[in-house]
Write a protein that binds this ligand. Structure first.
Ligand code: BTN
Length: 264
């Protein structure tokens, strides 16, 4: 596999060296360039058939990284990590909101442990550092030949990048040139796998609430094409955001397809 000049090895061997022995070791696939690791994970889910081993698909860069709500995810090779965890055969697909919440906590913990930097979580699953989005997560479920597969795709901007004009206001990086990419990916995998294997485990909730940058804030959310406004006052057991509007009515926002904006 070609190295792209980042300096640290992002190889199958490096990844395996950072993975803990006790964890269900994944099948690891590392690519120089992919269109999207989530798309590759879907193809792999078909290919592996009945095999239940978790898979970790990593790309140095993506040419068509996908984001939530049909958006793209800027994925240049020199500045970030892009990977997908595939569980090719799960008995039932867990609720998407709780999986994405657990994933954001896993990334937050891994970044904190390896770089010492604290990120904030914007509901439902974006991570912010220095007021800029540094991580996006896209969870997808797939049913094929009677089997259900779960894919969690994660992109983390580690180093500053020449972000395209349209995302320059929002996107940022961890400003981290130290953390080995393989160590970060392995740490996220190690943090997240238990939650994916045991979706009813809600022990991510405390960190999710503590690190929320939305709780206690005025938010706007789009529903059926109309912006609504209220104050976020709680996150419930399933990761749904509870907001109360100006009339005192409560709303439970429980789909990742809702766009939430913080208001000043
Ligand atoms: C978002 O911010 O809307 C989610 C972005 C998710 C990006 C990651 S990068 C690895 C994986 N492959 C993709 O195509 N998307 C996810």
């Amino acid at each position: 596999m070609m190295q792209q000049g980042y300096g640290d090895p992002l190889t199958r061997e490096a990844l395996l060296s950072y993975l803990e022995d006790g964890e269900a070791l994944p099948r690891v696939y590392v690519y120089d360039t992919l269109d999207s690791t989530n798309t590759a994970a879907k193809a792999l889910a078909v290919e592996v058939g009945e095999d239940t081993d978790p898979c970790l698909i990593v790309a140095h860069g993506q040419t068509a990284g996908r984001g939530r709500m049909g958006r793209s995810f800027y994925s240049p090779p020199e500045s970030g990590v892009y990977f997908s965890i595939l569980l090719p055969s799960v008995s039932c697909l867990p609720d998407a909101v709780s999986v994405t919440c657990a994933a954001s906590v896993a990334v937050m913990r891994a970044l904190r442990r390896l770089s010492g930097k604290q990120t904030a979580i914007k509901w439902v699953n974006d991570l912010y550092y220095n007021q800029k989005k540094v991580c996006g997560i896209l969870c997808e479920g797939m049913t094929q030949a009677g089997r259900q597969s779960l894919i969690v795709g994660i992109g983390i901007n580690l180093r500053p990048a020449a972000f395209p004009e349209e995302i320059r206001e929002i996107a940022g990086s961890m400003e981290d040139g130290q953390t080995p990419r393989a160590a970060l990916i392995a740490a996220v995998y190690t943090e997240l796998l238990p939650y994916l294997l045991h979706p009813t485990d809600r022990s991510w909730l405390t960190d999710y609430r503590t690190c929320s940058m939305v709780l206690g804030r005025q938010v706007r959310w789009m529903r059926d094409g109309v912006w609504q406004e209220g104050k976020a006052y709680a996150i419930d057991e399933d990761g749904a955001l509870l907001v109360s509007d100006a009339h005192g009515d409560s709303h439970r926002l429980c789909t990742g397809e809702i766009s939430v904006r913080l208001t000043p």
